[in-house]
Write a protein that binds this ligand. Structure first.
Ligand SMILES: [Zn+2]
Length: 698
């Protein structure tokens, strides 16, 4: 059994919040303090008894405690892991060397660790503090405390009455000078903060061996070694030292705020402004924050009477998570009251969420400020170190318990819940957009002449039903037939010439011209044939002829755009709407939709998208949907009375599913259209890969 190192001190500390006595082991060589509870203290007092069994029996006999050999083993592990045991025999030398080996990590780990966190001791301020303390001692008086409080309240009161000026001052200071002022204010307030801790330690007679700067992911933070506060007999004193930095910053904030309200404009007022903002923000949002290891954390640890609050709450939360997921029936790592346990678990989860966000944020910042490829490596390191490693460690704990985890029914319930959650992540989501729409009693289609010609025959009459492609009228245009004959002759001629090029050398030179001429003639022929085809007018839709142009007579010459008839599609109502360019590409093709009457005068109608425009509309053919008629689409002002939309819009037509809709007149309303969305996981993946690809320049 290894003896405890001779030079270590063991002295009583402030009792815990619950009133249990506490002791502190002081390692003077490294100036480290380890708080221990009564049980450990009793074991250490008897450490020289030699064997676990002897120590345990002695403790159980001489005190009201009840400990076993396992507990002694735990104490030994604790001592050895903190190098508090003497290393003077063969076995211990080996152990010691192993520890050194462990400490001498590979250069990569060293680099990693020093990139993520390292400390630079800068000064040994103890002598200076001792000399100057008499000059600042007056600050530790109730009079000063009350004056500061009154100053702060007055400052805030006066500030609240000119809040907008204060805010504008902030905007005014966005300049190089402003940034310089902010940096100076930050350094001043942080230095004073640390001296607050240092002088408070002095006030209670503690030594302050080191002040320096620590770097957390390259971000500098000052620190003051006030470890000696562990020697103090009262928790209150330790608390005062830990909160002194915050008190100094808040005092600065109070004074600067009041000064700002009183001073005339100028550089001094600007400085007061930046000191006020910097100190308010840094003290309230950074120092009070208990999620990271700032002052707020140590204060909360102290107030709650739970030292090592982070680690202990994490352990309880991890245990709770394992129990919830797998129902292992393991005892809690520590016994707390139900309420405390719930608070600790909630606290641990908040810390995790907060840290995940902060470290990902820092990683992104690092990534942006470094050379790209280095940035990606540092980004990966931070994610692995701060997020990946803790998770892996916990998964390893699960792995150790795999046999009991698999054997438990709760595991399968958890697995089920997890798969449902995953499925929700991977399920394609459909969401909706709504746009202003017009519903019309029926789909009307008017049939017009596309080409000029003499009306030869009209095949339909009013109220007759027609099918798609059914002939409605036939026109005749002799000019087209004549042109077609001419072109056919010309083509025949050119074909003959082409054949001759193979025997006639003079013609051979012209062969490319002949081919070009031929292709031109062929396309002309096609166009004339198309016009001839259009002389036969057919119905574009299925429906009933609702109107016949009564002015038409057989043999009459008709120009382009002459109306023959209107066809009404029976029963169904047609809905027209316009959507933006951004939305048209997200809309589901042939999706279902729903029409809601304006003001809800009638129940909504289920409908189906029948057509989505592929090109944007130059002119709105339903001007009632424009802003001038109460719609959403703003129009381009013009003096031609044209209904020209200002932004690109795409026409959507839909038809009601119910074939029998009775509509007396057209109505306005909104159309809810389905948007095709990728799943949550899919969207996240696309966003991540797109960002990485874009930013890495691969
Ligand atoms: Zn501090």
């Amino acid at each position: 059994m290894l003896p405890i190192r001779d030079e270590l001190d063991l002295f009583p500390s402030a009792p815990s919040k619950q009133g249990e006595p506490r002791w502190v082991i002081h390692d003077p060589i490294r100036n480290k303090f380890y708080e221990i509870e009564w049980r450990v203290f009793e074991v250490l007092r008897r450490w020289h008894y030699g064997s676990d069994h002897h120590i345990a029996t002695a403790v159980n006999r001489e005190t009201s405690l009840n400990i076993d050999n396992d507990f002694i083993e735990n104490v030994r592990n604790y001592l050895s892991s903190h190098q508090l045991l003497r290393a003077d025999n063969k076995e211990s030398t080996k152990l010691f060397l192993e520890n050194i080996k462990k400490a001498k990590k590979s250069w990569l780990v060293w680099l990693l660790h020093h990139y993520l966190f390292f400390r630079v001791p800068l000064i040994k301020p103890d002598h200076f503090l001792n000399k100057t303390f008499p000059y600042v001692k007056f600050l530790f008086s109730p009079t000063i405390l009350w004056s500061i409080c009154i100053t702060g309240l007055l400052g805030i009161f006066l500030l609240s009455r000119q809040w907008d000026i204060f805010f504008h001052h902030f905007v005014d200071l966005f300049s190089v000078k402003g940034i310089l002022f902010f940096l100076i204010a930050l350094v001043i307030s942080k230095v004073l903060h640390e001296f607050g801790h240092a002088y408070a330690a002095k006030y209670y007679g503690c030594r302050v061996p080191i002040m320096g700067v620590a770097f957390l992911v390259m971000w500098p933070m000052l620190y003051t070694d006030t470890n000696e506060s562990w020697k103090l007999k009262h928790r209150r004193q330790r608390f005062n030292i830990a909160s002194a930095g915050l008190a100094v910053e808040l005092s600065l904030a109070a004074i600067a705020t009041l000064l700002w309200t009183l001073l005339p404009p100028g550089n001094i007022r600007d400085m007061a402004f930046v000191i006020a903002t910097v100190t308010w923000i840094s003290s309230l949002f950074i120092n009070c924050n208990p999620f990271m290891r700032f002052d707020g954390y140590y204060l909360l640890s102290d107030i709650s009477g739970i030292p090592n609050l982070h680690e202990r709450s994490f352990n309880v939360a991890k245990w709770w998570l394992r129990e919830t997921l797998f129902d292992l029936g393991e005892p809690a790592p520590e016994v707390f009251s139900n309420r405390t346990q719930t608070i600790l678990i909630a606290f641990a989860f908040s810390v995790w969420v907060y840290r995940a966000i902060v470290f990902i944020g820092i990683a992104i910042l690092v990534y942006y400020f470094f050379v790209k490829i280095l940035g990606i490596i540092l980004f990966a390191i931070e994610i692995v170190w701060f997020i990946g490693m803790p998770i892996t460690k916990e998964l390893f704990e699960w792995w150790k318990r795999k046999s009991s985890i698999i054997g438990n029914t709760r595991t399968w319930y958890s697995l089920g819940a997890l798969s449902i959650l995953l499925m929700l992540c991977f399920l394609p989501l459909t969401s909706k957009i709504s746009s202003y729409a017009l519903i019309e009693s029926s789909a009307y289609n008017s049939v017009y002449s596309d080409v000029p010609g003499k009306l030869e025959k009209l095949f339909v009459e009013k109220d007759s039903t027609v099918k798609v492609g059914q002939v409605i009228a036939r026109l005749r245009n002799h000019k087209y037939n004549y042109q077609l004959d001419q072109i056919k002759n010309e083509i025949g001629l050119q074909l003959k010439l082409r054949n001759l090029t193979s025997v006639d050398t003079r013609l051979r030179q012209e062969s490319s011209m002949i081919i070009a001429r031929l292709s031109k003639l062929k396309s002309e022929k096609k166009s004339i044939e198309e016009r001839i085809r259009k002389l036969t007018v057919v119905s574009p839709i299925e429906g009933k002829i609702s109107e016949i142009n009564k002015e038409l007579t057989i043999g009459q010459w008709l120009g382009v755009g002459e109306k023959f008839a209107s066809i009404k599609k029976d029963g169904q109502a047609q809905i027209t709407s316009y959507v933006s360019e951004e939305n048209i590409f997200r809309l589901k093709r042939n999706g279902t939709c729903r029409f809601y009457y304006k003001g809800g005068i009638l129940p909504p109608l289920d409908c189906k998208v029948t057509n989505m425009a592929r090109a944007s509309e130059q002119i709105m053919d339903k001007p009632i949907l424009s802003s001038s008629a109460g719609g959403e689409i703003t129009l381009e002002p013009n003096n031609l009375n044209l209904v020209k939309p200002r932004e690109a819009i795409y026409k959507i037509t839909a038809r009601t599913i119910n074939p029998k809709i009775k509509l007396e007149q057209s109505q306005l309303g909104t159309l809810n259209l389905q948007i095709e969305n990728k799943s949550l996981a899919g969207s996240f993946w696309r966003w991540t890969t797109a960002t990485i690809l874009r930013e890495s320049g691969f």
